[in-house]
Write a protein that binds this ligand. Structure first.
Ligand code: SF4
Ligand code: SF4
Length: 170
């Protein structure tokens, strides 16, 4: 396991409760200048995180494949959309999303941690872990889940917590 993941797994149990409490509170508060903090935390989190040392999202989570994703990727693989679905996907019974049937993702090269369809990967993968989605608070529940798996999210939310608790009494 990489140093990045080892360190993340060591830190997570120590900070999980505090980060989750912060996200819950953040849901209900207005924080002025929050976009500036988001931009700074985003920059710093990525400066300290190399996804090629991790690929945990591709190993333990599944993206949602939209219709456009399925059309684009199946064409790239010279398959029909139905063949692509039958080979790799299933339908989530709770929400109807089309998701991977296996983990790690079939498109992950486990030696290099690189995505073999990077240029045409699902939109969900391209925008993960959604730090810049707006409104930020609308994605708190997503960050709350991703803290469990994603070192970049863990770092990003830790930085947001530090910045907000330093500047605001709440
Ligand atoms: S997005 Fe998060 S979980 Fe995925 S590879 Fe990067 S740090 Fe790891
Ligand atoms: S499609 Fe690529 S980026 Fe998305 S989960 Fe699979 S390997 Fe990872």
């Amino acid at each position: 396991m990489s140093a990045l993941l080892t360190n993340f797994k060591k830190q997570l149990p120590k900070k999980r409760d505090s980060l989750k409490k912060f996200l819950k509170k953040f849901d209900k508060q207005f924080v002025p200048n929050v976009q500036k903090m988001i931009d700074e935390a985003d920059k710093q989190a990525w400066a300290e995180t190399d996804c090629l040392e991790c690929a945990n999202c591709c190993k333990v989570m599944t993206p949602t494949f939209t219709k456009a994703d399925r059309v684009r990727i199946s064409a790239h693989l010279n398959m029909t959309e139905q063949e692509f679905y039958d080979k790799w996907l299933m339908t989530d019974k709770d929400n109807g999303d089309k998701v991977n049937r296996i983990q790690p993702c079939q498109f992950l090269d486990l030696k290099s941690n690189k995505c073999s369809i990077y240029e045409i990967r699902p939109l969900d993968c391209a925008t993960f872990p959604h730090f810049k989605r707006k409104p930020f608070a609308g994605y708190n529940h997503i960050h709350d889940q991703n803290i469990e798996y994603c070192p970049a999210t863990f770092k990003f939310i830790s930085l947001m917590q530090e910045k907000i608790e330093k500047d605001y009494k709440w």
